[in-house]
Design a protein around this ligand. Structure first.
Ligand code: AMP
Ligand code: MN
Ligand code: MN
Ligand code: MN
Length: 285
């Protein structure tokens, strides 16, 4: 049995395939009793997800997955328990939205230059949605420029491809300050997914904690047991708490389903003790 907790999920407000209501319904049906919708750089879906949670008698924590930067690399920082209306968070979200709008134009131009229908893809992005590379990937598939989303990434959008536009996301200290100023707890998302040496990864985790980070995503969707062990070791060494998140974008991808998540190892304190006092087990040690 897992923890019944999922603190990393995407809806159509960013690059998920389900709307926030449908996603919250799926999560409740999967036996999750505490969840956070964490769309990329937007809080647009939180109210709708919270309404479903209230109806279903489960708890929704307000969340976001913020694009950030450390030593020239893109990082994803999940903010949990944030006040979306706090000034620092609103300003951070406005800045990120502006960066994403500019970046989407640049991606379109670069794709076009490389021979892909970038402008037509940009026109297909729904207004009101935060534009991500995933949206470009889906549009390129619809326009016949790639067989499927995976192929669209590997040909056009993945690291080093034409649509991989370098973006100066706000730096890590700035992101953590915005999350903390809005009353949230910051989680370093999928800590093993960044291209870093073991030494660089330890340095990142240490700096993340010193700059005000609260937890590592020790259990992430699709992680193998040895990866959970590695992430656990990093969290314990740095004195960080642990989080659990499927990073579900599409329930059709079985390994990222909320009901497939492993349990957070007992050795680390769960970040969600803030919102669920019955989960203090690991804190008593
Ligand atoms: P962005 O934040 O606009 O750079 O888009 C990043 C998103 O693209 C991630 O959150 C993933 O959902 C998705 N993504 C990144 N790389 C891949 C890949 N190789 N295949 C499929 N989706 C990917
Ligand atoms: Mn995504
Ligand atoms: Mn991410
Ligand atoms: Mn994510």
């Amino acid at each position: 049995m897992n923890d019944g907790v999922d603190l990393h999920l995407h809806s159509t407000c960013s690059d998920g395939v389900l709307g926030p209501e449908a996603l919250a319904t799926l999560v409740a049906d999967a036996g999750v009793t505490l969840f956070a919708l964490t769309d990329h750089d937007t809080v647009a879906g939180l109210e709708a997800a919270a309404q479903v949670a209230r109806r279903r008698g489960i708890r929704a924590i307000p969340g976001i997955e913020m694009s950030s930067r450390w030593q020239g690399r893109t990082l994803h920082i999940v903010g949990l328990g944030i006040d979306p209306a706090a000034g620092a968070m609103r300003r951070a979200i406005e800045d990120l939205a502006a960066l994403r709008r500019e970046r989407a134009e640049a991606i379109a131009a670069r794709l076009e230059h490389a021979g892909a229908p970038g402008h037509a893809a940009l026109e297909r992005l729904r207004s009101g949605t935060i534009p991500t590379r995933t949206h470009f990937a889906r549009a390129l598939v619809e326009l016949g420029a790639a067989r499927d989303v995976a192929a669209a990434f590997s040909r056009w959008l993945a690291r080093g491809r034409p649509g991989d536009v370098r973006t100066e996301w706000p730096d890590l200290g700035h992101t953590l300050a915005a999350i903390n100023a809005s009353g949230g707890a910051a989680v370093l998302a999928h800590p093993l997914r960044y291209t870093l040496s073991a030494g660089q990864r330890r340095q990142l985790v240490q700096e993340f904690r010193l700059a005000g980070g609260a937890a590592l995503e020790v259990v992430t969707g699709g992680a193998a047991p040895h990866q959970i062990e590695t992430a656990l070791g990093l969290a314990l060494r740095a004195g960080l708490e642990g989080s659990v998140g499927s990073d579900c974008h599409d329930p059709a991808l079985a390994w990222h389903r909320p009901d497939r998540l492993a349990k957070l190892p007992e050795a680390v304190a769960p970040v969600w003790h803030r919102w669920d006092p019955t989960s203090r087990r690991a804190l008593q040690a």
